[in-house]
Design a protein around this ligand. Sequence first.
Ligand SMILES: *[C@@H]1O[C@H](CO)[C@@H](O)[C@H](O)[C@H]1NC(C)=O
Ligand SMILES: *[C@@H]1O[C@H](CO)[C@@H](O)[C@H](O)[C@H]1NC(C)=O
Length: 268
Amino acid sequence: MLRPSVDAVLAAVFVVSGSILPVHAAECTREGLLAAAESYLAAQTSGKIDGLKLASGFTYQQNNKATDIAKGLLSSPLKLDTNRTAADTVACATYTMFISSSGSKPYVVGTQLRHKDNNTAEISMIDTIAATTGDLFFDAKKTLKYIQAEDWSTIPEASRPSRDLLKHVGDGYLDMWTDAKASGSIAWGTDCERVEGSQYTNPCGKGLPKGGSSKSNGMRRYVIDETIGSVDVLCQFDSLGPWPDSHEVRVGADGKVKYVHTITVMKT
Ligand SMILES: *[C@@H]1O[C@H](CO)[C@@H](O)[C@H](O)[C@H]1NC(C)=O
Ligand SMILES: *[C@@H]1O[C@H](CO)[C@@H](O)[C@H](O)[C@H]1NC(C)=O
């Protein structure tokens, strides 16, 4: 008799369905991440959130506070001068920065999008730091001028900084206010630029803090993209005050810091 047993048939069905259904093979793709970031930018330019695919249990956070998305920045249409997105396929998240300098209320914004279960078709969190007139060193036109002159091209695969190095640079930077040794643990490029709000410093390793605060910068959320050597950390800048903040660092092919950008929400 060649008739297979019921068990064998069931086992075969199980194997086949296991290999067809994508349930166990969900991969976070760069293309999916970038498409979600594009949908976010489109919502911001139109001021309409209808086009966003939000996951069940979706959360919206603006300047470190849970907020109703309908009352947040996304409900005001903005004309964007520039935008750039970093994609993290391990955390399944993106970091998008944009500048809107021409409206009556200019903005410099850093936003992380997160996706649950590697499902880039739905956004599970929008986490925005939005600085405007009156915030620390705020001048959108000046910031735009510096950002537009930068090179954020992809780094050849063989010379990309590792994820561990990028995480260390992000943490080390935020630790400089509490740890006198932190700045010495980061390799600073000789021709690197720090753009803090609109305040420009070159080389970026000049005049760094050497500890002095007892409060560590908290609430750190990371997006790391090895392809462009970037790490973005959204946080609360507790070392100086409870300020919603984004610190983004780019490390070049030489393993040294090339750019540092900060967006800090602090009414001056
Ligand atoms: C999500 O995707 C990444 C990258 O493809 C993979 O390493 C990880 O295991 C996936 N995680 C889940 C929960 O499927
Ligand atoms: C974002 O920037 C890209 C160029 O990098 C541009 O093609 C695109 O139109 C911009 N998106 C928006 C919504 O302004």
